[in-house]
Design a protein. Structure first.
Length: 118
């Protein structure tokens, strides 16, 4: 999942939640540790951080759940998006975008056709 080698991950709610919480926790740990190390590295650490600022900003955006909004829930006849419990306005906006794209792209009908449903 972390390498982006998959387009879709299907799992139970419990397993999915464990995976997401583990990834969120790891990201937070790395972020906090990096900030602490830069702060404690003196002038050279700050200069190095300035060189990395743009790349670190892109990394943060890539890992920000608000940028994705949520995940589509399968097994219902419609586009249902499960958003994070502490979603902000950006996350809700992006969750609505994900649902809209699912409806516009004919998600339910396409899945039914591919999986042999009605």
């Amino acid at each position: 999942i972390n390498y982006g080698d998959v387009d879709v991950v299907v799992c139970s709610g419990f397993d999915g939640n464990v995976a997401m919480k583990a990834m969120e926790g790891t990201g937070k740990l790395i972020s906090e540790t990096l900030k602490k190390e830069i702060k404690n590295s003196g002038l050279f650490g700050l200069i190095g951080a300035l060189f990395l600022k743009r790349a670190l900003g892109r990394l943060k955006k890539t890992m920000d759940p608000s940028e994705y909004g949520g995940a589509l829930v399968l097994g219902v006849k419609g586009a249902v998006v499960k958003a994070h419990g502490n979603s902000n306005a950006l996350a809700i906006k992006n969750a609505i975008r994900v649902a809209y794209q699912g409806v516009k792209g004919g998600l339910v009908k396409n899945l039914e056709n591919k999986l042999g449903g009605k």
